[in-house]
Design a protein around this ligand. Structure first.
Ligand SMILES: Cc1cc2nc3c(=O)[nH]c(=O)nc-3n(C[C@H](O)[C@H](O)[C@H](O)COP(=O)(O)OP(=O)(O)OC[C@H]3O[C@@H](n4cnc5c(N)ncnc54)[C@H](O)[C@@H]3O)c2cc1C
Length: 403
């Protein structure tokens, strides 16, 4: 059994940034990243917004990022006009400048530099977490070859939306909607620069999103609620193509392209842990709070909160007693701001007020009167999307974390 001061579970953008920042700002702490994947499979999230730049700079990896040559786009703001009726909704999202990320290379680069800066790296899945009587954790990891036992004073859950560690120790989470992305990749042939920018287009049942990917394909995704997806049979390729007709700009964009893959459905709901830290653990990135992809800030915020997490952990080991509490407050304040932004963006669309997808979003509160503490007690709690539809988020009593 090996001991590390900090075990980071998951080395996506949030976990790798936490590791990098710990090595840079708190180099006396020993750190290990445990990552289940080998960075070969593409993952959702093609857009990196410019907010990421100062963070990459602070972590001394901006030059390495720029050397990766991810395609960049920049578009001039466009005015509303009758011919392009979706602009109101799309214009509420700041997608005028950014990079089309190759996530496998980007995530691999961050984890690689964290390892080069002195963090250990284990390619395995966390399968079990045990809280010991001396206040330490034992983490069981499993790889294709063997299982391993790690002993640590502090655990970081950076396992993304699954929040695998928090789930393991019994921390409940709240689902705020049941958004899913039903997507397909199309082979891109055109060199037309107008094809470069991401496009968001509202339709009766949600919104379509399309953006070129780094491997010269166009990712085309219909975002809707799980029950609507089921009712419309959107996961069937023929129905997906049929519904594309409701989005003329997106349809025009894909008309000349070859289909390169089957339809796949991914969870994209807004969710939050009831508590994103305990006595000697914290959750970061999507594991703590996952936001609606309409904001296109998921990766940038994972980087930002990786920095905050490192600061909180440094404070915890340095006996700054308030550091974890401050981190929790920061995560929840940002999440509330995100809910507010999400509500404003959805309210900018007024064409289908009676359609279930839009009605649900027009009637959510953009603020949380009384603050997070009061508001979270009214949330519906769910373990995911099982069962489909809004009923998936059924009322359950809050249970205290097992730790
Ligand atoms: C459909 C969709 C489209 C999106 N588009 C965008 C976009 O264009 N731009 C944007 O900025 N954001 C986008 N996002 C959000 C973005 O993908 C996430 O916010 C971001 O990836 C969060 O980073 P993370 O490190 O917290 O989690 P993740 O990127 O999910 O990383 C978690 C890591 O943990 C590992 N892991 C999981 N379980 C275990 C385990 N048990 N043991 C060890 N390792 C484990 C995983 O392999 C993974 O590497 C989108 C999301 C969705 C659903």
């Amino acid at each position: 059994m090996r001991y590390f001061d900090v075990v980071i579970l998951g080395a996506g953008p949030a976990g790798a940034t936490t590791a990098l920042a710990l090595r840079k700002f708190h180099p006396h702490l020993s750190v290990v990243m445990v990552e289940a994947c080998d960075y070969q499979t593409q993952r959702p999230g093609e857009i990196l917004t410019k907010e990421a730049i100062p963070i990459l700079q602070q972590l001394d990896v901006l030059d390495f990022f720029l050397e990766q040559n991810h395609p960049q786009w920049q578009t001039a703001p466009r005015a509303n006009d009758e011919a392009t009726p979706t602009r109101e909704f799309g214009a509420a999202v700041d997608l005028q400048q950014g990079w089309q990320l190759d996530r496998t290379r980007f995530d691999g680069m961050l984890a690689g530099y964290a390892a080069a800066s002195g963090a250990s790296f284990i390619r395995a899945s966390m399968t079990e977490a045990r809280f010991m009587t001396d206040n330490s954790w034992q983490i069981v990891t499993q790889s294709a070859l063997h299982s391993r036992l790690l002993n640590t004073a502090f655990v970081v859950d950076a396992t993304g939306r699954s929040a695998r560690f928090a789930g393991e120790i019994g921390v409940p989470h709240a689902a705020h909607d049941t958004l899913v992305g039903v997507g397909r990749a199309l082979a891109l042939e055109s060199e037309d620069p107008s094809d470069d920018a991401p496009l968001i287009e509202a339709f009766e049942h949600g919104w379509w999103y399309s953006a070129p990917t780094a491997d010269n394909r166009l990712a085309v995704v219909a975002m809707t609620d799980a029950d609507i997806c089921k009712r419309l049979q959107l996961a069937h390729t023929a129905r997906w193509s049929e519904l594309l007709q409701a989005a003329p700009q997106t349809q025009r964009r894909v008309a000349r392209l070859k289909v390169a893959g089957d339809v796949n459905v991914r969870a994209a709901h807004t969710r939050s842990l009831r508590s994103c830290c305990g006595k000697n653990w914290l959750a970061v990135g999507d594991a703590a709070t996952s936001v609606d992809p309409i904001s296109a800030h998921g990766i940038a915020r994972a980087l930002r909160f990786g920095m905050h997490a490192s600061d909180a952990i440094g404070g915890h080991f340095g006996d700054r007693r308030s550091s974890l509490g401050n981190y929790e407050a920061l995560v929840h304040t940002e999440f509330e701001q995100n809910l507010s932004l999400r509500a404003d963006i959805y309210r900018s669309e007024s064409r289908w007020e009676n359609a279930p997808f839009w009605r649900r979003r027009h009637h959510i509160s953009s603020s949380t009167p009384g603050g997070w503490a009061q508001w979270k007690s009214t949330l519906t709690v769910s373990n995911g999307l099982a069962g489909g539809g809004l009923r998936a988020a059924e009322q359950t009593a809050w249970a205290p974390p097992r730790q």
